[in-house]
Design a protein around this ligand. Sequence first.
Ligand code: ATP
Length: 435
Amino acid sequence: MPVFEFDEQDGFGDSHRAAWESDDELAEDALELGTHCDTCNKNGKKSEAEDVHDDSTDGETVEYKLAENGDIVLEEGEEDIRVPRRKMKPNDFQPITTLGRGSYGKVLLVKQKSSGKLFAQKQLKKASIFLRSKGIEQTRNERQILEEVKHPFICRLFYAFQDHDRLYLILQYAPGGELFSHLANERMLPENVVAFYSGELILALIHLHKLGIVYRDLKPENCLLDAEGHVLLTDFGLSKVAEPGADCRSFVGTKEYCAPEVLLEKPYDHAVDWWSMGILIYDLLVGSPPFVGNSYKRIVEKITRSRPNIPFYVSPDARDLITKLLKKNPKQRLGANGRYEAIFKHRMYRKIDWKKLERRELTPPIVPCITNLEAAENFSEEFTKMPVTATPIDHQTPFTRDGLTVTPNFKGFTYVASPTFLQSDIMSGSPLSRL
Ligand SMILES: Nc1ncnc2c1ncn2[C@@H]1O[C@H](COP(=O)(O)OP(=O)(O)OP(=O)(O)O)[C@@H](O)[C@H]1O
């Protein structure tokens, strides 16, 4: 996958760091957001079912040094030998419940049999991918992008594999569910809360942009929460790697969140993500996106021609930010061309210490109610009540296209995260293991 770094001068490099380091006032004024569990008072109780520490590695015997507290002692640069880099298969994971459904298949909560660890397993039916011509490219994109991207607010990919019928992505499980399901409980969020979530998402987007990736699909369903309440951006099916100077012309995205240049089929770039960020901030503050209508044509008309109608109760700072992000001309949009400093310094974020935010040191305003990770309490019962069956063993049913029998193989799809990562923060010191 082609990846390029932005120029240090106008990119994320020094100018970004300078913005953080020079602004002591902002650091001192750092926001201490109050914490509450939004649906109950049982803050993060440990589930006995989760207290599993099975070090077995499918019969392989390995030796490792142990510290007094039982931690594995690793020499610098040494990879953890407890986690052999072995390809996974569907049968290595026990399905627990259904979490949701995407356009190519479902997302299950699964438990890795060898370790007892929980993951989200995104299944994609090859037949439906194969029948939609853009599907294969989209799926490869998703796998490659997830593999490459490592960021505290972006959902991690651990394994990717396939059998005859399906592709499988084994992802970091976001037990807090969708950010917007919490919004549905609250209707509108206060400005300091919106600054927190949009701040974490801004850092995630900048990370992607720095890698040359346009996310293109920023929408409520793709903003999940981890057990502590930090944002996890997911679903990279529509992300695209932009070559320097190249524009992406294919139509993607959820229309209410789509930038005008995309709807008008004009060339577009990373600035589309800053438009969607403006829509998301409006949606969080007001309770619905700014451009809605009962037909596709009406929505497109509003997005391309109308100004957003910002209610009177939105503060001047938030109003200013939304207006600057929702500039129809992508070149004038806040954040366009790597001008991230203007976002960091915007008054909407005056109480955010960006360094602390990136280090996950600011307390999330909503702590998801999780009493038992396996119960997936923050997901819709429409899914969690669905019966889950074990993933069928590869039954070699051929399917046809244009009258021909085909057995598509998605070359290069298989992926195993590095052993170091499999034992890293997310897996061992993460909220999941602490519950
Ligand atoms: N890592 C995860 N942890 C927990 N739940 C997840 C995770 N990934 C997805 N989900 C749940 O599954 C639902 C569907 O996810 P998916 O990524 O397939 O959505 P989608 O945007 O419809 O996908 P696509 O655009 O590929 O069709 C999400 O809305 C979310 O509720």
